[in-house]
Ligand binder design. Structure first.
Ligand SMILES: Cc1cc2nc3c(=O)[nH]c(=O)nc-3n(C[C@H](O)[C@H](O)[C@H](O)COP(=O)(O)OP(=O)(O)OC[C@H]3O[C@@H](n4cnc5c(N)ncnc54)[C@H](O)[C@@H]3O)c2cc1C
Length: 414
């Protein structure tokens, strides 16, 4: 699997730029909701900072002008909107922004094994989980279906689903992921996002279609399920025989149960990432300018840092809380190794000691590890495409109106 991911998404800036050159804005706008649509596949490159939103837009506009309201620009805006919310809410994005359809205690805190093992018996869900484990990627529509099923039909708390999904994605990003889950759950939007079998049949290939399953219902019935506590719902389903049918389908699906990929809090030992050595590494940095490359800013230092020692760092505390599958470690490390003379897996204290003798230390900010970097490095701001919106916006439309006020052409964003 790891070779397939490396081939599908080669971990280099050059490969990301090639991908931008293949973006077809008109086809994107027409087909992006279809699983086979002309989506860009740029998110692993954007999450890990090999590319910025500005890189994407600048390259696309070389081939023709776009309105600022073009679907592609709008979707790039969603990424930046979620960053805006993160900037204002901080770690508050990890808790419900406001109440959802049911009280918090109505939702289970653990993601059930049949979802993790892709054997729910609901084809759209099992296919989504299989695709996720095999590729580290999932189409936006499939992410929405998966999240909606977990929260509204299985009554599992969005946070349990969000923590699980972000861990397995190659593009896992705390803002885009956790806030999207909140949007689906109705704790970050005004109503729960619901989908049914008809919607799946319209946008996904045949193997995903789910007639006769729990998602094959009217939107009124799905909404009622989302707003009914699980205990009451189980009794009603039992009476209607729905539970027995669902259990039978799940039993059949169990024959194809998948093992969830292991998650690692530390880099695989053979990757050559080490903790800094006080006798070897530290003296080499004495009096030098150091540029830190980290997993959310995998790019070369800017002009003016030609003489800097370029060191790659993996923040030990972050990875202890948010582990990755092996494939993501290897993907990120392949890109980091191209840019750096050494890579460290390091705690904030070890990093401060290792850099104590350096003349100056610089890097690029990223909210995943701002607090970790700030004590040791001078930070360039995290890259942005849209004008800064100072006032916290509760909805995307509010943010979009402010961020694009007075703009007509996408070119004006550059
Ligand atoms: C439950 C859920 C979890 C998600 N988790 C993540 C995540 O961890 N990391 C992540 O980058 N995206 C996440 N997304 C957003 C979106 O699904 C992915 O960005 C998109 O599917 C990536 O594929 P692509 O690059 O082909 O997207 P395209 O459709 O080609 O879009 C181009 C770029 O625009 C941005 N974008 C597009 N749609 C969205 C969106 N709805 N929200 C935010 N940014 C968007 C992304 O940076 C994307 O790379 C999540 C969405 C949902 C519903």
């Amino acid at each position: 699997m790891s070779t397939d991911v490396m081939q599908a998404y080669p971990p280099s800036r050059a490969a990301g730029v090639e991908r931008i050159k293949r973006v077809q804005p008109a086809a994107y706008a027409r087909t992006r909701n279809h699983l086979s649509g002309a989506v860009t596949g740029l998110s692993p490159y954007l999450t890990h900072g090999l590319l910025t939103l500005e890189d994407v837009l600048a390259e696309v506009l070389q081939r023709g002008s776009l309105d600022v309201g073009h679907k592609l620009v709008f979707e790039l805006g969603w990424r930046e909107f979620f960053r805006h919310v993160w900037q204002h809410a901080g770690t508050g994005i990890l808790s419900s922004l406001h109440p959802g359809p049911l009280p918090e205690q109505a939702y289970a805190r653990e993601l059930p094994a049949d979802i993790r093992q892709a054997c729910t018996g609901v084809p759209v869900i099992d296919e989504a989980v299989r695709t996720l484990y095999a590729t580290g990627m999932l189409h936006n529509h499939a992410r929405m279906w998966l999240a909606s099923y977990v929260v509204h039909l299985r009554h599992v708390h969005w946070r349990a689903g969000a923590d699980w999904l972000v861990a397995h994605l190659l593009d896992g990003d705390l803002a885009s992921n956790h806030l999207s889950w909140q949007w689906v759950a109705g704790t970050g939007s005004h109503k729960p996002y619901l989908f049914n079998a008809e919607n799946v049949a319209r946008y996904a290939p045949a193997s995903w279609h789910s007639p006769g399953s729990v998602v094959d219902q009217s939107y009124e019935d799905l909404d009622r399920m989302a707003r009914t506590s699980p205990g009451i719902l189980d009794k009603a389903n039992h009476a209607a025989g729905t539970l027995a049918r669902a259990t039978h389908a799940a039993r059949l699906a169990q024959r194809h149960a998948l093992a969830e990929p292991d998650l690692r809090t530390a880099p695989p030992p053979d990757m050559g990432v080490k903790t800094p050595d006080a006798s070897q590494d530290v003296p080499c940095l004495s009096g030098r300018t150091v540029w830190l490359v980290h997993p959310w800013a995998l790019r070369s230092p800017p002009p003016g840092f030609e003489d800097a020692v370029v060191v790659g760092v993996y923040p030990r505390e972050h990875h202890a809380a948010w582990p990755w599958p092996e494939v993501r470690w290897r993907w990120v490390d392949a890109a980091m190794a191209e840019l750096t003379s050494q890579r460290w897996w390091v705690s904030s204290q070890e990093l401060a000691s290792a850099l104590a003798g350096a003349a100056r230390v610089h890097s690029v900010d990223d909210p995943h590890i701002s607090a970790w970097l700030e004590p040791v490095a001078q930070l360039d701001p995290a890259p942005r495409l849209f004008p800064q919106v100072e006032r916290p916006c509760a909805s995307f439309s509010q943010w979009w109106t402010r961020a694009t006020r007075g703009l007509k052409r996408a070119q004006e964003l550059l």
